[in-house]
Write a protein that binds this ligand. Structure first.
Ligand SMILES: Cc1cc2nc3c(=O)[nH]c(=O)nc-3n(C[C@H](O)[C@H](O)[C@H](O)COP(=O)(O)OP(=O)(O)OC[C@H]3O[C@@H](n4cnc5c(N)ncnc54)[C@H](O)[C@@H]3O)c2cc1C
Length: 386
């Protein structure tokens, strides 16, 4: 098969974002849409290495709005796309161990409830103990809990969007490495690949942790860096019910949730430097295991079955860039989700289709998520990063 010579819109990157953007543009009848992915399969980047958590509990209004839209889609995914998103509303439980965390999370709760997350609530220690009786609550002052947060399956969501996009006429070109971007008089003109050149006037950069490389090809500085995060999955742990909430010790970012018959356990290494290795940091694995055993002593009955490392796509304020680049007409960015992007894939496709086709996002106001905020000092910091 040869690569098409022209396209109305080229999407770079075949993760959950590229697939969702392709679907939403195709659904609007946006012309000839071509998605380019360098790997043999979709979802081989961060999408294929994530923990599957989906939540409403964020610290900024825009993230809560992106979640409200997206979790509603996950709940109805089978009805919409014929395949289940694997949405399991087991809830997210944030364990808080300092008075300042309690104050911040209570203020965030008020904001979340005002926006419509009405079932999110604060729990006192005795309520936490009855919800998660196996968890060691030493030093825990309180928690926030939202029962409609939970888990979903990134692979099913990506494939669901991709096959719906294909049915609507979008072309998905695998094993197609983008090597360059041609610009003419301040606007996008073509994409160069290992399979030839593709003329286009619109590019959507959905390259996840590699979005800055794609930006550099177009002469744009996009402040997104890849940062390794790792987790492990245990073999069976029948003592933990499958509906056990995703539990997070916010101060350390230790988190665990049911996965198959076992548990998925992760923690962020605050000393991790940017880089794009998938190698497991064994020393940090042991630190994670030690902390997990402290919070969940039952873990000593399970064995580590597998370890996985992936890349967060980190911006300076932990918010994505969902915007056109002002310096280059026709170049759009949907990247930099800073470790919580999968859950915002449905809303991202929706708002990017509006930005490209209507010139502004109508469904959710994302004007503050522009590229220029970094140079102009208008950062919108998300503190609730796991
Ligand atoms: C350990 C870990 C745990 C996570 N847990 C969660 C979670 O619980 N919940 C959540 O919502 N999010 C989570 N995330 C974050 C989430 O995985 C990402 O935000 C999301 O997958 C980003 O999707 P994407 O499509 O933008 O990027 P990706 O999935 O990385 O897709 C980008 C694609 O671009 C392709 N590409 C790059 N360069 C080129 C090129 N030159 N030419 C062609 N193709 C190219 C890549 O091959 C890749 O397939 C986690 C991430 C990690 C690493």
């Amino acid at each position: 098969m040869t690569l098409p010579k022209t396209a109305d819109i080229v999407i770079i990157g075949g993760g959950c974002m590229g697939a969702s953007v392709a679907y939403h543009l195709a659904q609007r009848g946006a012309g000839k849409i071509v998605l380019l992915e360098r790997e043999k399969f979709l979802g081989m980047g961060s999408t294929g290495r994530n923990a599957g958590g989906v939540r409403h509990q964020f610290s900024t209004e825009v993230n809560v709005r992106l979640s409200l839209f997206s979790l509603d889609v996950f709940a109805r995914f089978e009805e919409l796309f014929g395949v289940s998103a694997g949405y399991h509303p087991i809830g997210y439980l944030f364990l808080l161990t300092t008075p300042s965390e309690v104050a911040i999370f209570q203020a965030n709760l008020a904001m979340q409830q005002r926006l419509g997350v009405t079932n999110a609530r604060y729990l006192a220690p005795h309520e936490i103990a009855s919800l998660v009786p196996h968890v060691n609550l030493d030093g825990v002052l309180g928690a926030t809990f939202c029962p409609t947060d939970g888990l979903a399956d990134p692979n099913s969501v990506t494939q669901g969007y991709a096959s719906a996009a294909r049915k609507l006429g979008a072309q998905i070109e695998m094993e197609t490495l983008v090597t360059g971007i041609v610009t003419e008089r301040g606007r996008v003109a073509a994409v160069e690949t290992n399979r030839g050149s593709l003329a286009t006037r619109v590019i959507v950069n959905c390259a996840g942790p590699w979005a800055a490389h794609i930006g550099a090809m177009a002469g744009l500085a996009i402040p997104i860096v890849p940062v390794r995060r790792q987790f492990f999955v245990t073999d069976a742990l029948p003592q933990i019910p499958r509906a056990h909430p995703m539990t997070i010790e916010f101060a350390t970012s230790l988190y665990f949730h049911p996965e198959g018959a076992g548990l998925l356990v992760g923690m962020a290494n605050p000393r991790e430097q940017p880089g794009d290795t998938y190698a497991i940091d064994e020393a940090f694995h042991w630190q994670t295991l030690e902390r997990a055993l402290y919070r969940l002593p039952l873990l000593e009955h399970a064995r580590v079955a597998r370890q996985i490392a992936g890349l967060y796509e980190v911006t300076p304020d932990a918010h994505p860039i969902l915007a056109p680049a002002r310096a280059l007409e026709g170049f759009y960015i949907a990247a930099g989700f800073s470790g919580h992007g999968f859950q915002h894939a449905p809303a991202t496709g929706q708002v990017m289709s509006e930005l490209v086709l209507d010139g502004a996002a109508r469904t959710i106001d994302v004007t503050m998520l522009d590229l220029e905020r970094f140079a102009e000092g208008r950062l919108v910091r998300e503190v609730n990063v796991v």
